[in-house]
Design a binder for this molecule. Structure first.
Ligand SMILES: *Cc1c(COP(=O)(O)O)cnc(C)c1O
Length: 359
């Protein structure tokens, strides 16, 4: 009997769709990351991270932070990075303080709670999505009883889910509040490069020099195919992390395809160039729609996101023109700009938005 391979239909030959700004994850792989994967593609190399690419990439990440003592790991995605760091820093009978809109709270299907085996997420009031020392104090007050889940770690997102930045001074104040209360500080840096580019400070200043204990360092949204880094600035805090990555299916067998792109992105400077381009693109869009009737910025543009307040009628009209974007936090519309955002696409989006206000 002969077996005929099943024919897989090819996608219809339509003209390339307009570039979309629904998520920075809509973007493809940037040339530096892709080239690194190609270079790593041939030859025999030890598996599970015991290879030269991974060692060099870990060293490059540590060097970027001027922190040779740091322990660096590579996992497939940001959810795993966050959940496994938090599980490592938080006992199952304690709690994690974050903002209500934090990715760890809203968008990970309870992964931090699941992987910690019982830790609770606590979301005290924040200022526009930013955790403050007052938020931490309130969470501490509310968990005084012996039966409450005592906070063990604070997780802040830099930039925040609504595109805002913590200044270095704000991070230091949060870290002080943490350490005064015996808490660790985790930073969800899914868009960490965008924050560094926007604040023009060093990665070290934004993290361990300001008291951050552990960082989820996003690579995917920065232009890689996949692969986020985890950085523990105090090596002892990384205890058990490698074991957790294996247990959760996050230890890549061919780890070099996660790590080699990191090496290339850092050595070439593409990580920062990509972030600068993405931030500038968001700003360009915001400027292009300035003064539009009925359309307002929900928050100032500080990174690679633009959040708009506009009537639902206008949003629907824009969607009817083929544009994809998220509705978040009830009725705010989000546009994300990535390393590959093109000026002509941004102009087309701005023009269609202008037309949509007249529909
Ligand atoms: C995208 C993102 C993540 C990671 O998400 P994955 O889809 O798991 O890679 C984590 N935190 C924030 C704030 C994000 O925007």
């Amino acid at each position: 009997m002969t077996l005929t391979p099943q024919v897989v239909p090819s996608p219809p030959a339509t003209p390339a769709p307009a570039q979309q700004f629904g998520s920075d994850n809509y973007a493809g792989i940037c040339p530096q990351a892709l080239e690194a994967m190609t270079r790593a593609a041939t030859g025999s190399t030890p598996a599970y991270g015991d290879d030269a690419w991974t060692r060099l990439a870990a060293r490059a990440v540590a060097a970027l932070f001027d922190a040779p003592q740091a322990r660096v790991f590579f996992v497939f995605n940001g959810t795993a990075a966050n959940a496994l760091v938090l599980a490592t820093l938080c006992p199952p009978y304690c709690s994690i303080i974050s903002s209500e809109i934090a990715h760890v709270n809203t968008s990970e299907r309870g992964a931090p709670e699941f992987f910690s085996g019982g830790a609770k997420l606590i979301t005290p009031p924040t200022e526009d999505g930013k955790v403050t020392p007052a938020s931490i104090a309130m969470a501490m007050r509310r968990t005084r009883s012996a039966a409450a889940s005592t906070p063990a770690v604070v997780s802040i997102t830099q930039p925040t889910e609504n595109g805002l930045l913590y200044t270095v001074d704000e991070i230091r104040a949060i870290a002080n509040a943490c350490h005064d209360n015996g808490l660790r500080l985790h930073m969800d840096g899914a868009r960490f490069a965008n924050a560094v580019a926007a604040l023009e400070c060093t990665p070290a200043a934004m993290t361990w020099q300001s008291g951050v204990d552990a960082l989820s360092f996003g690579g995917t949204k920065n232009g890689m195919a996949m692969g986020d880094a985890v950085v523990f600035f105090t090596p002892q805090l990384a205890q058990g992390f490698a074991e957790r990555t294996k247990q959760s299916g996050q230890t890549a067998s061919k780890m070099r395809f996660l790590s080699a792109p990191w090496l290339s992105m850092l050595q070439s400077g593409a990580w920062l160039d990509n972030a600068r381009h993405a931030n500038a693109s968001a700003m360009a869009f915001a400027q292009a729609i300035e003064g539009l009737e009925e359309v307002e910025l929900a928050w100032p543009v500080q990174s690679n996101a633009v959040f708009l307040l506009m009537p639902e009628r206008v949003a629907n009209a824009l969607r009817a023109r083929g544009w994809r974007f998220y509705t978040l936090f009830g009725s705010v519309y989000r546009f994300m700009f990535a390393w590959d955002a093109r000026a002509d696409s941004i102009a087309a989006l701005a023009t269609d938005l202008r037309h949509s206000t007249h529909d």
